[in-house]
Ligand binder design. Structure first.
Ligand code: SF4
Length: 339
């Protein structure tokens, strides 16, 4: 295969900036307060949204309904850190008739009932279809739960059935635990029912592989050999475009399939000779491992790996730290903010 052909996206997220108020242990995109703001400009947003408006499809329940993996969402980092830009983004999406538009927030800003009501109402009037409120024990280390509850309460009154609480299991659990403030994860582990891990969605990728690997069983490298990431890299749903214009496949933070500025070129095929890491990943993760070992002196971690994504990200991080330069390993700050 000379070129990797990727389909145009049916659903997508736009990362307005990787900057966040939190450094959550499970963040797939390694967001944190340490990133430069580098917010996407409104012009850049309009160019991207105009292109995506031709490919994004609505929820099966209609263009004003939503789901986590359908439509277009604005995210980060934390998009409410730049409310003006977020407002513009929603207006532009409505101008281009993009279906099933939602925003996700960590609720750090929800300290005042009136402010939450004003902003939710304003965004809805600008054309926002849905709000997604994040609830999990990793965010709970940074954001007092009473702010999250405030957002959920006002969110239901504003967006009615179009409020997504992700994940509802945690909302119920935190209420049962009578939590109001923040809680360190170690305290959560002591207090929560030991079965909590049975009910959650926690993908073993991104920062999780370093900060939460104690929750998973580990395996040696060869356990993951003979696995290809062709499907993950070519899927047409829930891809992301970041504020640098990188087309980020699936949940694979730190990998860029190209620049959204070259929209048509991107979908004419990625030349694999010019992207050896992508070539390795669609062939066999062992090929990436061999590049790491032979060209960058990568050493297998004796403790093992929780997933193929753990092995992948650890090799990519090592390559960057050794000064390796590959057009598909972007943005560099992703690797600097992982641990
Ligand atoms: S192994 Fe790497 S490329 Fe494959 S799905 Fe995981 S992060 Fe993405």
């Amino acid at each position: 295969m000379d070129k990797l052909l990727i389909p145009k996206p049916k659903s997508a997220g736009i990362i307005l900036s990787y900057k966040c108020t939190s450094s959550c242990r499970h963040c797939m995109y390694a967001s944190s307060p340490h990133w430069q703001g580098d917010w996407m400009s409104s012009n850049q947003l309009e160019q991207i949204i105009s292109k995506l408006s031709e490919t994004i499809i609505p929820s099966i329940f209609g263009s004003r309904n939503v789901g986590v993996n359908v439509g277009l969402h604005f995210t980060g980092g934390e998009p409410f850190l730049n409310y003006n830009l977020l407002s513009n983004a929603v207006k532009i999406a409505r101008k281009y008739g993009v279906p099933s538009v939602f925003v996700e927030t960590n609720c750090f800003w929800c300290t005042d009932e009136n402010v939450v009501r004003e902003r939710f109402t304003e965004l809805k009037n600008f054309g926002l279809d849905c709000m997604l409120v994040s609830v999990n024990p990793f965010l709970l280390e940074y954001v007092p739960f009473e702010r999250t509850e405030r957002a959920i309460d006002i969110g239901y009154r504003t967006f009615i059935q179009n409020l997504i609480v992700y994940q509802e299991y945690y909302r119920i659990l935190f209420k049962k635990m009578n939590i109001k403030s923040t809680l360190p994860f170690e305290e959560f582990l002591k207090k929560a029912e030991p079965t909590w891990t049975h009910y959650i969605e926690l993908l073993p990728m991104g920062r999780t592989v370093y900060k939460l690997n104690m929750l998973f069983k580990k395996y040696p490298t060869k356990y993951f050999f003979n696995q290809s990431c062709y499907h993950e890299l070519t899927r047409d749903w829930h891809i992301h475009i970041d504020n640098y214009g990188n087309y980020v496949p699936g949940y694979c933070g730190g990998i860029s399939l190209g620049s959204i500025k070259d929209f048509e070129k991107l979908f004419n095929g990625i030349i694999l000779d010019e992207h050896p890491i992508i070539n390795a990943l669609i062939t066999d993760i062992k090929t990436l491992y061999n590049i790491g070992v032979k060209d960058f002196d990568y050493k297998e971690d004796a403790e093992g790996y929780i997933s193929k994504c753990h092995l992948c990200i650890d090799i990519r991080k090592h390559i960057i730290e050794k000064g390796g330069k590959f057009p598909e390993l972007k943005p560099i700050e992703f690797y600097e903010n992982l641990t």
